[in-house]
Design a binder for this molecule. Structure first.
Ligand code: CAA
Length: 379
């Protein structure tokens, strides 16, 4: 596998690093504390072309690839994990399925402005009883002539409170299981699209999510993504890409925690020397750096496979599983290195510790990733 980055990929990574250092890192603590969606910073990220990094330029994107996208999400998440997931959802879970499964009319309306970053998208798969068991969809779409009448509930919808459109999944035939699931793309100002209040969460507090009710939502048939019954495969293959974004987000959070712990260890003294001179701390730093490098290699491999048009279900699951668990171990050690200060709201490391936790849950829990991997191994 080629792991040398191209000039273009390096340039994007460095641009994102500089942007994160200047615009995100100094403000992330405040946004977290205020539970505030940083619309202005997200807007600036979109101006850099981060709305649709891997979307071809003729459809409004930056025309780059998934490797570049993963590098960008890592850098952005190192600055602010909430902005990282906002971008990841728009790129991976909204633009990607519209690009892959939409027709030209749909792409004109729901890809161009979203990949350009003029609008923002979300992804409606999760329901109160359909989290890990995504096939348990209860939202129904009943065909009435040239329209569908949609009723149901989606929850934990990242970007939901601010999104202009949603890629959503419904049951068009309850008797057919996964083959009865159908996808649509719908504007959020459609009558019958009802958002609830923004969720209160442990971490990624500047990334808004909410419950959405569909109350007799009328959706014209031309807004269907793919054929009736294609929805589950659209959702699963979309998540194969999404998990690369979450793996990259986890690495970014882990790197922020690691770098802060490394710098703190050089300053903080115990027993007359900086704690970085104690082997206990040195070994922790060595393990943290090694795990993050390993996570990045897995993530870039999955991204490169996606770019080559290869099935990457197993590789994305491995990257997401390893990167998210590594980020949590790294954030835990980083907090420990900070000692009592790590437990204080004064330091950023407590935020990284909280932000890392969700990466083991959304876009498939660690347990689901292990299922996906073992299913592939035992085929
Ligand atoms: N690509 C294409 N097709 C796929 C696929 C993939 N990755 N995975 C499964 N399929 C197909 C299968 O081939 C099968 O097709 P056939 O019937 O034609 O053979 C069909 O889909 C059903 O597959 P399974 O029997 O494997 O399905 P399952 O019901 O056992 O579920 C699962 C599989 C992996 C557990 C799945 O339910 C899953 O991934 N759950 C986790 C859901 C998840 O990740 N949710 C995230 C929500 S979004 C989010 O979190 C966003 C956010 O906030 C940031």
């Amino acid at each position: 596998m080629q792991i040398e980055l191209t000039e273009e990929q390096r340039l994007l990574r460095d641009t994102c690093r500089e942007f994160a250092e200047k615009e995100l890192r100094p403000n992330a603590k405040r946004w977290d504390r205020e539970h505030r969606f940083p619309a202005e910073a997200v807007g600036k990220a979109f101006e850099l072309g981060l709305g649709g990094v891997a979307v071809p330029s003729e459809w409004g994107g930056a025309g780059m690839d998934t490797v570049a996208y993963a590098l960008a999400i890592e850098e952005i998440s190192r600055g602010c994990a909430s902005v990282g997931v906002t971008l990841s959802v728009n790129n991976s879970l909204f633009c990607d399925p519209v690009f892959k499964y939409g027709n030209d009319q749909q792409k004109e309306r729901w890809l161009k402005p979203f990949a350009r970053g003029e609008k923002i998208g979300c992804f409606g798969l999760t329901e109160p009883q359909a989290g890990s068991d995504a096939a348990e969809q209860r939202t129904t779409a009943v065909r009435k002539g040239d329209r569908y009448l949609v009723n149901g509930t989606k929850n934990w919808i990242t970007n939901g409170p601010v999104a202009n459109a949603i890629v959503m999944f419904t049951m068009t035939d309850l008797s057919k299981g996964t083959k009865g699931i159908t996808a649509f793309v719908v504007d959020t100002d459609t009558p019958g699209f009802v958002r609830q209040k923004t969720d209160e969460k442990l971490g990624i507090c500047a990334s808004p999510s909410c419950t959405i009710f569909f109350d007799n939502l009328e959706v014209p048939a031309w807004q269907r993504l793919g054929a009736e019954g294609d929805g589950f495969k659209i959702a699963m293959s979309t998540l194969d890409g999404g998990r690369i974004g979450i793996a990259a987000q986890a690495i970014g959070i882990g790197r922020a925690a690691f770098e802060e712990a490394r710098d703190y260890a050089k300053l903080r003294k115990t027993f007359d020397v900086p704690i970085a001179q104690h082997q206990a701390i040195q070994f922790m730093l060595a393990d943290m750096a090694t795990e993050l490098e390993a996570a990045r290699l897995l993530t870039l491999r999955a991204a490169a496979m996606k770019d080559q048009g290869l099935r990457h279900t197993r590789e994305s699951a491995m990257a997401k599983l390893y990167a998210s668990e590594a980020a949590n171990r790294v954030a835990d050690k980083a907090l420990q290195i900070h000692g009592g200060m790590g437990y204080s709201k004064e330091m950023d490391v407590e935020r990284h510790f909280r932000d890392a936790r969700i990466t083991e849950i959304y876009e498939g829990t660690s347990e689901i990733q292990r299922l996906v991997i073992s299913n592939a191994l035992l085929k």
